[in-house]
Design a protein around this ligand. Structure first.
Ligand code: SF4
Length: 266
């Protein structure tokens, strides 16, 4: 993975698009969508996940402003690298800036050198079920969504993230309605989301979404702790050990089994 030095981006001229507020850019992402990807980390997040390893992306008014043209220029300079990949927008939370992401994805799809695959990595919380039209353009330009479901239980979700899951589930419903491909992501934390029961609940929760094409179960790690120390914020999961990777196949199987059973019954 390689960070792009924002000061080395092509000078920002007049832009035909909505600018974005970003935390950082990465030119060689390998974990956020298929292939090698140019990754845009948006600034700002309304959630407060206890295990968040990017607390420096939370503040909405921080970060740098970049234009769609600057990002596309940086992408096109290395287009050959991305032939099996594309552009991913993650965060922070990209749904806080739907116009910017819609413009970027639209430019990626219309790129003169050829259509670029677009991927949105989102927690879904900034979706507004009462105003789906705000997300219409963005979703019509999105090829794949990596949707984080933090906890299958509503109360557990609130404890883990500080927020209720309703909007996230409404976002999942909207993606299913539009038949946009979705990969579900779920961080497995010892003592919080590592029971077979929780994993079965997750399977039941996502079973109605027939557009789900993948499941990524991510073992909790403590690599983000150092950022909390730097920012002077107490780390909410102090003392929680890293997830034992040996248990992941069993828990993944529990999600898949419950999803299959729920679908068979519906
Ligand atoms: S949604 Fe992502 S960026 Fe936001 S607090 Fe949770 S882990 Fe951090």
């Amino acid at each position: 993975m390689a960070n792009v030095d924002l000061s080395e981006l092509k000078a920002a001229g007049a832009s035909a698009y909505t600018p974005g507020r970003v935390h950082s850019l990465e030119s060689m992402g390998t974990v956020d969508g298929p292939g090698i990807r140019f990754v845009v980390f948006c600034q700002g997040c309304p959630m407060r996940c206890a295990y968040c390893h990017n607390p420096d992306t939370w503040e909405v008014n921080a970060g740098e402003t970049v234009t769609v043209e600057q990002i596309m220029h940086a992408f096109e300079s290395n287009r050959a690298f991305y032939k099996n990949g594309g552009i991913t927008v993650t965060g922070g939370e990209p749904l806080l800036q739907p116009e910017f992401v819609a413009d970027l994805f639209g430019a990626a799809h219309a790129a003169p050198a050829g259509r670029v695959h677009t991927c949105l990595d989102s927690c879904g919380y900034a979706y507004a079920p009462d105003h789906p039209e705000r997300f219409d353009r963005l979703l019509s330009e999105t090829d794949l969504v990596l949707l984080d479901i933090k906890h299958a239980d509503a109360e557990g979700h609130k404890r883990l993230t500080g927020r209720s899951p309703e909007r996230i589930l409404a976002f999942g419903d909207e993606l299913a309605r539009r038949n946009i491909k979705v990969v579900i992501r779920h961080v497995v934390v010892p003592g919080i989301t590592d029971t077979v029961e929780e994993c079965e609940k997750l399977g039941q929760l996502v079973a109605p979404w027939r557009n789900v094409v993948g499941l990524e179960m991510l073992p909790y790690h403590t690599l983000g702790v150092v950022k909390y120390e730097k920012l002077g914020i107490p780390y909410p999961l102090e003392g929680v050990p890293q997830m034992d990777k040996a248990r992941m196949p069993e828990l993944r199987a529990a999600v898949m089994r419950a999803m299959k059973e729920a679908r068979a019954q519906s």
